[in-house]
Design a binder for this molecule. Sequence first.
Ligand code: 2M8
Length: 450
Amino acid sequence: MSDRAASSDGGLRAACLGTLVRCDRGTYTVPSPLTYPHQWNWDSAFAALGWLCVDPRRAWQELETLTGAQARDGLVPHIAYASPRPLERLAPLLHRIPSLARFLPALVRSRYSPSPGWWGWLRGRDGRLRSAITQPPVAATAARMLFESTGDELAARRLLAPLSRWHAFLLGARDPCGLGEPVLIHPWESGRDNAVEWDAPLARIRPAVRVVPRPDRRYVDAAERPSDDHYRRFMTLVREGTRRGWPQRELAASGPFRVLDPAFSAILARAAADLAWLCSELGETRLAEAEAERGERVGAALRARLGSDGLLRAVDLVTEEETDALSCASALAAVAPDLSDRAVAAVARLVTAGALASPVGVRSLARDDPRNEPRRYWRGPVWVNVTWLCAFALSEHGFRREAELLRLRLVECVRDGGIREYFVPASGRGLGARDFAWTAALALSTLAGR
Ligand code: 2M8
């Protein structure tokens, strides 16, 4: 490596660390200080991998804080809210007094929408306010990586039961018909909020929420965020779930929005296999067996519905139709441990030279899809976590050359585009939130050769 490259790697490392530190809230990491001021689920798993490069104790703590927000039924929420500020503490009380409830929006206005009241003031095990939906379960895979690098048995052991209960929830309440894959009940659960796959299932939701607070657009251009129409439907699903008291099994069996996401399922298949490995390393045989069985169940379900082109796609369970879109979800399916060589080879082509390839990483939507919007959130841009997960998946399946190419693109992307939330595929321009934690964390991890 030339001196110049070495010194610019050093500069990038320092910049990434600066972002992680600015996003650090002591025991967890916010995705971005201005746009996302709470703890998010898969963001924290990625942040842990960044902390691992500089402070392993802090990395373990990230995952422990995340699982602390777990609900009684095992769900680990997609958002665990930061402690309310003094005035916000009054919100749950005001909510009960109809004549005062109208002051609520003013109290919680400044931070993020939806605020905790939208979910019905739910609390996790640790007392934090939380959402009622989940997100891709990357945490067990992050835990395995932390353990392989630190060997900290005590820290790992604390995570086994909560992670296993979460996986059990995903294949229990969230798989009421025994499909072998968890049913997602809100687009936010996929982590790819406004992906084109969700357009058709969302089109059936009649927007009952008309005025939606959009603090997200205070710091990010409206053209780079989901539209108001998307938000009305997102919030209608939340309001309806809260009105019904979030009956998870019922919503997964007959709710208004029900989809299978190959990315989420594949991440779960990998997570269960990784947790099985971790449990068996720590002598927890019973848990290890249960997790291995879960991983195999999801893997078998995915293999059974591979398309003729070797790729997996999302399914709308209300119409039982497969989406026509080719998105990064098909690429992320390779995260599952047991896929055929043919299926992994199809993904390898797709992300390095095919419709999802770009000079700065993996596109969120095929380049020639007429719905592609290169600047709008999950409808076209490149996201660093997607590129990183694809590189990880390909390398685990033995496609080392392709994995290395993606890693090079990832580092170039962040070096040239900045530590931003997402990137225009053709130009590499950074967009969305600034000081974005998973971009920093995964660039750090890649630079460290992990
Ligand atoms: C985005 O999602 C949130 C809702 O969960 C939002 O737009 O407000 C997604 O990119 C999601 O994947 C991510 O976890 C979250 C925080 O970075 O932001």
